[in-house]
Design a protein around this ligand. Structure first.
Ligand SMILES: [Zn+2]
Length: 81
């Protein structure tokens, strides 16, 4: 019996493959597509790369505004728990 060959896509975190728990099938919280990676990953490589590209395109001032908005959103989220 041979092991089925895993065919990776651009959404998969191939660098996680050698890690313990690095070959889990996950669903991306951004695009809802399946991807392979560490069991703790919540976002596929495609969405992560896009988010990083968008973040890097912001000025430091825009990044600060974005971070403060995120902190505010988290505070509201946990206040309602
Ligand atoms: Zn995704």
């Amino acid at each position: 019996m041979t092991k089925p060959q895993l065919v990776y896509t651009h959404r998969d975190w191939t660098e996680d493959a050698s890690l313990e728990n690095g070959n889990y099938y996950n669903r991306c919280c951004q695009c809802q597509q399946h991807f392979v990676g560490h069991k703790r990953r919540i976002i596929c490589k495609t969405c992560s790369t896009q988010a990083k590209r968008e973040w890097d395109a912001l000025t430091p001032e825009q990044q600060t505004v974005q971070m403060e908005a995120n902190v505010q959103r988290m505070a509201e989220f946990f206040r309602n728990r």
